[in-house]
Design a protein. Structure first.
Length: 389
């Protein structure tokens, strides 16, 4: 079976890319190990949520996907308050002050996954979905790539796109090097109901034992994301529900009053992954396969959606180039994405290291930096514009 493009990985980024290519005329295949589980009508709040930037929302809207999300389960963020670890330093961001409708939207992972996946299953023309399926080998030829599936099927593609996550199998098969290090932190996520209203405000506290964030959900609920040092995370996970609520409320300076646990906390290890190359002949990496950053900026999924948006534009507007796997064409994608990715890697990795230091001089400087930035509207707007894209 011959295809122009085979995408390996049908998560949000890979599936969005395919949706963006629906009118490209390219023959596309998707290989995915499992489809998203249907959402029960009485489903509670998903523990895993995303802060979707206005730019990402506009991209999904252009694909006809954003409109299909249940509006009552979307929460716009109008303000963001960020606090240093000295009890005084802070940064404030306001959509109103910047002349914007909102800073971001909070959306549930499974809602997004289901909407995008359902859209793909309706793309009968030019899309073939292999699911459940796994690719077991990739063999590069001069003009195509041979892909063998676990069921014995053999596919041929002019271009393979790896969208298979931070531990990308595709990346390893291609021999693309990465530099990485562990943060020795656990990302704990859980949802709480709050005593006080959040007024569509996101909160973040840079602490010496990690970074705590509250992201607003509808009806006096918040999603907690606590990037805690491993020892602290293990202590938190061992607490009773009541003790955990008290610990989180204290860490948040009781900003939203008394908390009540809605979903049990789940944790995942945090690592930095820098990918040396995003492309090679007949191969492109997108999403977490192309970068792995600390979640303190909430920009991981937006970075991936910008990958999908850029790559789709290049493949659709390739002009007279008939070979979508041509290395010179793919290099346009790499050049377009390198600066954005590197900037986000430097900012998130730098902030994590800066606030993880116990050096008293750095402690003073990092909090002074918060205060100075908060008093410089032009610099704040510059930081915000990048996050909104």
């Amino acid at each position: 079976m011959k295809f122009d493009i085979v995408v390996i990985g049908g998560g949000l980024v890979g599936a969005s890319l395919i949706a963006a290519l629906k009118e490209s005329g390219l023959k596309v295949a998707l290989i995915e190990s499992r489809a998203p589980a249907p959402i029960p009508e009485d489903a509670g709040w998903d523990s895993r949520i995303y802060a979707i930037s206005p730019g990402s929302a506009a991209f999904l809207q252009s694909l006809g996907l954003w409109q299909q999300l249940a509006k009552e389960r979307l929460t716009p963020i109008y303000e963001m308050k960020v606090f240093g670890d000295d009890g005084a330093a802070r940064l404030d961001f306001s959509a109103y002050d910047s002349g914007l409708p909102e800073l971001a939207f909070i959306a549930e992972n499974r809602q997004l996954q289901n909407v995008v996946w359902n859209a793909l299953t309706q793309l009968d023309e030019n899309l073939t979905i292999f699911c459940p399926a796994q690719c077991v080998s990739l063999t590069w030829q001069e003009s195509w790539v041979d892909l063998q599936l676990s069921d014995g099927n053999i596919l041929q593609a002019a271009l393979v796109i790896g969208a298979d996550g931070v531990n990308s199998w595709v990346r390893k098969q291609a021999g693309i090097e990465v530099t990485q290090h562990a943060y020795h932190q656990i990302g704990l996520v859980a949802n709480f109901s709050t005593q006080l209203p959040h007024y569509n405000t996101a909160y973040q506290w840079f602490r010496r034992d990690g970074v705590l964030a509250f992201l607003p959900l509808p009806n006096e609920h918040v999603s907690m994301v606590w990037s805690a040092n491993e020892s602290q995370a293990n202590k938190l996970r061992a607490l009773s529900d009541e003790a955990l609520c008290q610990e989180v409320a204290v860490a948040a300076n009781h900003t939203l009053g008394k908390l009540q646990l809605v979903t049990q906390p789940i944790g995942f290890p945090l690592n930095f992954v820098h990918v040396r190359a995003l492309v090679k002949p007949r191969l492109v990496l997108i999403g977490d396969a192309a970068h792995g950053i600390h979640p303190l900026a909430g920009q991981g999924v937006n970075l991936g959606l910008r990958d999908a948006r850029e790559l789709a534009g290049i493949l659709i507007n390739r002009g007279l180039q008939t070979d979508c796997g041509d290395y010179r064409l793919l290099r346009r994608y790499e050049r377009a994405r390198k600066e954005d990715i590197l900037a986000m890697e430097l900012v998130t990795d730098g902030l994590q290291k800066l606030f993880g230091s116990a050096d008293p001089i750095l402690i003073r400087l990092r909090n002074l930096g918060f205060e100075m930035t908060n008093r410089m509207p032009l610099l704040k707007n510059r930081l915000m514009q990048h996050a909104l894209s």
